[in-house]
Design a protein. Sequence first.
Length: 135
Amino acid sequence: MTEYLNKQAVLEWLNMECPTAWEIMQAIKSGAFDTDNSEIQRLKKERDEARQKAEDAWKEIEELEDRLLRVSDRWFSVKEPPKNGQRVLIWYRKGKTQDVAESRFANGGYIGFWDSEVTHWMPMPEPPNRDSASG
């Protein structure tokens, strides 16, 4: 019954051409804007859920941007060599070929690429997360 009265009060209020402050206060007092109304509560819940999803999405975007910056800045010039014995990815030239390969830095060079021109290196990336692997 209260829900019907609330709807009725809202309808009456909406049909007023230009409600005065007193008429608005009467509509509020009559319960037309009762915060216990299930429709209002449902909309508030949806709003809160949407806000949380937006905040979560924004946080994920920021984390991915940070991760992208870390990955994109990982190539180092060979003028700044890795630690001796460190496994790395290298960018090298051999003749007209340019490629990326895995190697290990040892004694001032990259194992298996003594006759190649190694120009850049980067630390080995983290292995994929097995939990997120599909297929």
